[in-house]
Design a protein around this ligand. Structure first.
Ligand code: ZN
Ligand code: ZN
Length: 174
């Protein structure tokens, strides 16, 4: 999935821990649940067939860097601004932001591995196999991975845009 898809799902999970859980839920429980669920959501939503764009932290072109910045940072800024306008400086804002980062964590981790910042250990390989193959929809996670056919971003990925707009609408409704 693209970064804005994961950001949207994370934001929705963060929001739902306020709208769905009883008011008496302690904030620490709300935060723990929201962050864990957002982290797990990454692997689960990667199972939904989706397209990719060509992106490798190791071989980053200017155009790809810009696209990625817009995808990752742009969507995060928009959703954070929406949460700020709706809730102000509040627990909701903090949890929604934390959930977006948690929902991105597996890909951020892989990015650091691909860029050589995190060394490629046995544990890293086990995680990568789980993330990119066991949990990922048929096609590999990264277009630049050598094995297998990978699907490029296409009109069939419009559902990710729906997630993004849905997250904005849900925050707005509160
Ligand atoms: Zn992923
Ligand atoms: Zn993918």
């Amino acid at each position: 999935m693209l970064a804005f898809g994961h950001n949207s799902i994370g934001a929705l999970i963060g929001l739902s821990t306020f709208t769905l859980l009883p008011d008496s839920t302690p904030l620490t429980a709300r935060i723990s649940l929201a962050v864990c669920a957002s982290f797990i959501s990454h692997y689960l939503t990667d199972r939904i067939p989706h397209g990719h764009y060509e992106f490798s932290p190791a071989r980053l072109t200017k155009k790809m860097a810009l696209l990625f910045l817009l995808d990752f940072g742009g969507s995060m800024i928009v959703l954070t601004l929406c949460a700020y306008m709706k809730f102000g400086i509040s627990a909701q804002l903090f949890v929604i932001m934390a959930c977006m980062w948690a929902a991105q964590l597996p890909d951020i981790f892989e990015g650091f591995v691909s860029a050589g910042v995190i060394p490629f250990s046995r544990l890293v390989r086990i995680h990568r196999n789980f993330h990119f193959y066991t949990m990922h929809a048929k096609t590999p996670h990264n277009l630049l991975l050598p094995d297998g056919e990978s699907r490029k971003w296409s009109e069939s990925d419009v559902w990710q845009i729906a997630c993004f707009l849905g997250a904005i609408a849900a925050i707005w409704v509160g």
